[in-house]
Ligand binder design. Sequence first.
Ligand SMILES: Cc1cc2nc3c(=O)[nH]c(=O)nc-3n(C[C@H](O)[C@H](O)[C@H](O)COP(=O)(O)O)c2cc1C
Length: 403
Amino acid sequence: MPTLQVDFLGSTLRNPFLLASAPPTNTVEMIARAFDRGWAGAVTKTIPLEKVPVRNVTPRIHSIAFAGFAEEARRVYAFGNIELVSEKHADYWMDGIARLRRDYPDRFLMASLMAEAAAEGDWVELARRAEAAGASAVELNFSCPHGGMPPHAVGAAIGQDTAIARRITRWVRAAVRCPLVVKLTAAVSDLRTLSQALALAGADAFCTINSFPVILGVDLKTHSPLPSVAGRGNVGGYTGRALKPIALRATAEVAPAGRPISGCGGITTWEDAAEFVLLGATTLQVCSAVMLEGYDIITDLCDGLLSYLEDQGAERLDDLRGRALHNVVPHASLDATARRKSSIDLETCTRCGKCAIACRDAGYQAINEAADRTPSIDEDKCDGCGLCIQVCPVWDCMVMRAV
Ligand SMILES: Cc1cc2nc3c(=O)[nH]c(=O)nc-3n(C[C@H](O)[C@H](O)[C@H](O)COP(=O)(O)O)c2cc1C
């Protein structure tokens, strides 16, 4: 009988799904409620020391949404936020971690920690207190993009500097025995070198990734970046579906470091989760999908992933972990002799003309249209780029076939 149980950093989890450090883990009560719904674990909202003032602005969350069909008028595919770390400080969280540990002894509870780059004592204090409170692991936040707290070297400013990140990892490694996870930013040129350096410095696992730094948009009337705080904005963190491709790339880059990975970024469906596993992830962290749909998505995530295990004839996620990694190869290693051409299913084609326009103005002028807009592929001209399939609004109407 297949199982979703995974072993992660010395603990056995009922399923691979953890709530990421974010609004769904804002309070101890919320984490407890998520555990009651079936989440295997959670990462606390990032914990600052008492002396760090955390003053959030309003509003601090904006989104990019599709204008969809009538029944789906607005469909968010990315959030951008300028939220800071937890407004609740270490005292609250350490007490809360102890309570959650007592009430939910089988759940994986990570304490997300942040201090300034040079503040060795603060990092050590936070990690020791989290360990003493009973955290299953500590997650070092080297990755939040909007360093809203002075001085500047917090979050991603640390994750973008190998020397600083390595130094902090060593401090914490020397201070505690509990597992140490480093949460990375993908806003660097190459995560391979960084992850290998941090593994050597004592990181037991990585979380790939935190939100990506962006300016989500600009209000055309007020000229303010979005979200607009009294007419001004800031670089924020991009999350949700749109982040997934960046997070998948990061996961594949970090896999060679040989440490377990907690995949994070855009996981919305069980299919997304499976993709992270195939690229090497052991656990899976979720934030934006819960912001959109609530804790109960855990049921669909688990049911779907379990069915996928069955379909693949696998007993455990371990059997599938990293299976896609050997297929990620340099471009020069791709088989340039494997030729494909487009084909159209005229039964489902709506004669919208999108494929012909795309091929005419951005392709190879290989799609001819009859007077009633029925398209046909000119096989001599079709180069097999695949653009027509991507712009076709009907699923599976156009496919590539081998020639
Ligand atoms: C509003 C908001 C606040 C967040 N706060 C934190 C935080 O305090 N610490 C942290 O490590 N990540 C934080 N994150 C990032 C998430 O933990 C996660 O890495 C990111 O949202 C990508 O996952 P997702 O696409 O499932 O949302 C925050 C994300 C959002 C949307």
